[in-house]
Design a protein around this ligand. Structure first.
Ligand code: ZN
Length: 712
């Protein structure tokens, strides 16, 4: 979940920062109308009040409109400098307002900020449309794009021309008047029915209740879950009973622990039949319409299918590559899942039962297998993971890899007393950026963990403006006498977000238009950092008991490793099946003849889906791909794509040493500094020497035995 949230926030903060240009201040009281003289130009948080945002947004929008109009109306012939570069630099005032506002909206929000967010959303969207549909502006971009090979541009400049041109074209700039009109109509309808799809899923999820009246039906359930079900019953005026629902914290532990097989069946069947009851909340016709409209839009814009349209901007590029990856993983995953099914069936038989394993039995019995084989308590790890030590462990890894240093500073403005600020210096002592941490939950902070920025890196007038980066998380607080102690998952999250942070800190691009990273590439810099968490050489630096200073015992780590490999067959199969379903819906090039149910069944039959496992999301509630916007349509695969990259990339460190300097240097230069300035696969191959192989991930997930060195 944290990875998904981080993506959303990355998208939110993938906004350019500001130049300290002289502005004529209409009011000296509003910090957005002034240059910032704070250390490193960090936003003067204490001086920025809610009342400052709206006037600043208005001013920023007015200025950006004027700036882009001026470019469109420039009497000079279009050049890279007066059109592309000028367009890239437009909107700096607005960028500075946006980056502070959206950072605060996520980390330190209140009703006033949320109100402002609703007010400015349509204003910003209208500005965006006005720029994208400005024909004179597009004509200038196109003129430069046509000559791009003859202008003596750098690789990065050429990429800026190509990306900007693509933005306009994908927005419909090349269509005739009829085409533009049809596109606008499709976009409008898609945005409305996408919202309806999501609303239906939400309604169906929230309406269902499994009401339990007899205490014996609670057998097997943990007491915390029973207590929550009793509270839910009270809220529903069903005092003395227990209510379970389809939300994650209720249904998944119920399926894991409830001894009553019939009740497990009921709740799981309710879950998988959401928005599929032929009533007002049914999503079958809606998703059919969405798939058809997307196919039409893609073809209007010159792509064969919606998946071709989406993937054109991703590392995968074409549907065949996504299917190729899924196929490579599917066969071994299915084999392991069948093996897991046999193990579970044996446990059922050993318990004196004769029934055949069904989907509502899987989680329940696999929990029993796991406990018997790998019994250990994750909570036993916590005393070794003191928050400050873990953070220093992440700093240590970055120092060993890249030579960079982190020094705490107390003179830099902060937006909350719990924020800590560090100056980051490169190996040669030069300033690299500012890094802030904001690690504990607060009422004004949303859930999850993410890496954001209060200023992006960019060049202005030949000067390299360095970034201001923040990691925002919701980690366990100190309790009693103990300092903040993290769970293993929290430790991995800290390293993960720190990886996104390093990506931002190392950035060295000249144009904001090339700072965008493809969705199936952006999790590489973050996920890879998680690999150093359990390395013995790293553990001995940071994982020390907070009271005794003892290094975490290696037997404990070995247990973690073993327990984590169990159940990967099931997890891989249910995830991969959903990825296939997503791709099948979005590679349609002509109207279907089957019903949505027949289509889904055929999609699952084609991959020989096993009947003991349900696809992770059936079509009628697959919100990632059908609910509002484009979301993860033709993109659900990207989670595993990133995992393949990470496992393969870390293999390079495994082969040459986890702190090998040449490998680290190559990773920094190719992957971290300028990932958006070239084709993602090109930079990956330059780092790794070959395209990513799926083998390391198969081994990591326990779907394949590691090759034994020296064996044929
Ligand atoms: Zn992430």
């Amino acid at each position: 979940m944290r990875k998904w949230l981080a993506l959303v926030v990355l998208a939110l903060v993938a906004l350019p920062a500001f130049a300290q240009q002289a502005a004529v201040p209409p009011t000296t009281a509003n910090p957005f109308f002034e240059a910032w003289t704070t250390p490193f130009g960090v936003p003067p948080f204490a001086q920025i009040k809610e009342a400052h945002y709206l006037p600043a947004f208005n001013e920023g929008i007015t200025r950006e409109r004027k700036e882009t109009d001026a470019i469109a109306k420039d009497p000079q012939a279009p050049t890279f400098a007066n059109s592309l570069e000028a367009l890239d630099q437009a909107g700096e005032f607005l960028d500075r307002v946006e980056i502070v506002f959206y950072g605060q909206l996520s980390a330190e929000t209140n009703d006033a900020l949320q109100g402002i967010a609703k007010e400015v959303a349509p204003m910003l969207s209208a500005l965006n449309d006005d720029i994208n549909l400005n024909e004179a502006l597009f004509a200038r971009v196109k003129a430069v794009w046509e000559k791009r090979d003859t202008l003596g541009l750098t690789q990065e400049q050429k990429k800026l021309v190509e990306e900007t041109y693509k933005d306009f074209v994908r927005g419909g700039a090349n269509l005739d008047a009829n085409g533009k009109e049809r596109l606008r109509a499709i976009n409008k309808e898609l945005s409305l029915i996408g919202l309806k799809f999501g609303d239906n899923v939400l309604k169906e999820t929230n309406t269902y209740r499994l009401v339990i009246e007899k205490k014996e039906d609670l057998a097997g359930l943990p007491s915390g879950l029973v207590g929550a079900a009793a509270d839910a019953a009270k809220n529903a005026k069903l005092e003395g009973k227990w209510v379970f629902g389809l939300q994650a914290p209720s249904i998944w532990p119920f399926l894991q622990y409830a001894d009553n097989r019939e009740l497990r069946r009921q709740i799981l069947m309710a879950y998988v039949s959401r928005a599929d009851h032929g009533d007002a909340n049914d999503n079958k016709a809606i998703l059919s319409k969405i798939a058809a409209l997307r196919a039409e839009k893609a073809q209007l814009l010159g792509y064969k299918t919606w998946a071709d349209f989406i993937l054109d901007r991703n590392m995968a590029k074409v549907p065949a590559r996504v299917y190729g990856l899924l196929d490579q993983l599917w066969t071994p995953a299915l084999a392991v899942a069948h093996k897991e099914a046999e193990d579970i069936q044996a446990v059922i038989r050993a318990g004196g039962q004769k029934f055949k394993l069904e989907p509502w039995d899987w989680r329940y019995y696999s929990e029993k297998v796991k406990k018997a084989r790998y019994d250990f308590d994750e909570e036993a790890l916590r005393p070794y993971f003191k928050l400050d030590n873990v953070r220093d462990g992440a700093f240590y890894v970055a120092n060993k890899l890249y030579g960079i240093t982190f020094t705490e500073r107390t003179d830099i403005p902060r937006y909350h007393t719990e924020v800590r600020t560090f100056e980051v210096k490169d190996a040669d002592g030069s300033h690299l950026g500012v890094f802030m941490t904001d690690y504990h939950p607060r009422p004004g902070k949303r859930g999850g963990a993410w890496s954001g920025r209060y200023r992006n890196q960019y060049f202005r007038d030949g000067k390299d403006i360095r970034p201001i980066v923040v990691n925002v998380c919701n980690f366990s607080r100190p309790t009693g006498d103990a300092p903040a102690l993290l769970s293993l998952e929290e430790v991995e999250t800290l390293f993960h977000e720190f990886g996104h942070g390093l990506n931002s800190l190392f950035s060295r691009v000249h144009y904001k238009g090339v700072a965008r990273v493809p969705r199936d590439f952006v999790e590489l810099p973050s996920q890879i950092m998680e690999n150093w968490v359990l390395e013995p050489d790293v553990l001995k630096v940071y994982a020390r008991h907070w009271k005794t200073g003892e290094v975490i015992p290696s037997e404990l780590i070995a247990k973690v490793d073993r327990a984590r490999k169990y159940g990967q067959g099931f997890a891989s199969v249910e995830y991969l099946a959903a990825s296939y379903l997503d791709m099948d819906w979005h590679t349609l090039s002509q109207p279907r003849e089957e019903s949505t149910t027949e289509f889904e069944n055929a999609s699952m039959a084609k991959i020989h889906m096993m009947p003991e496992i349900f696809v992770r999301y059936r079509s009628t509630y697959f919100n990632h791909i059908f609910g509002g916007g484009t979301g993860y349509s033709a993109g659900y695969y990207s989670y595993i794509w990133a995992e393949v990259l990470v496992a393969d990339a870390f293999q390079a460190f495994k082969e040459r040493g986890i702190f090998d300097q040449a490998t680290a240097k190559s990773f920094r230069t190719n992957i971290l500094e300028r990932p958006g300035t070239e084709d993602a696969m090109t930079v990956y191959v330059r780092f790794r020497g070959h395209e990513p192989s799926v083998e390391p991930l198969l081994v990591k997930r326990g779907l394949k035995e590691a090759p034994i060195p020296g064996m044929p």
